[in-house]
Design a protein around this ligand. Structure first.
Ligand code: ZN
Length: 53
């Protein structure tokens, strides 16, 4: 399934998981790093990339 590296990057790199409630959020990495993205469920700003490890 790694035929399209760009598509994969789009699918995974812009998806973050809320550290509190595990909600998945799709947002540009720059915005997340700048703290401009809030979890819509718990308003937390703590996100981690969806692919950890
Ligand atoms: Zn949350």
């Amino acid at each position: 399934m790694a035929k399209f590296p760009e598509a994969e990057a789009r699918l995974f790199r812009n998806v973050f998981v809320c550290r509190k409630c595990k909600t998945k959020i799709r947002a540009p990495m720059l915005k997340v790093l700048a703290g401009k993205v809030k979890c819509r469920k718990c308003n937390s700003k703590a996100f981690r990339p969806i692919k950890k490890k």
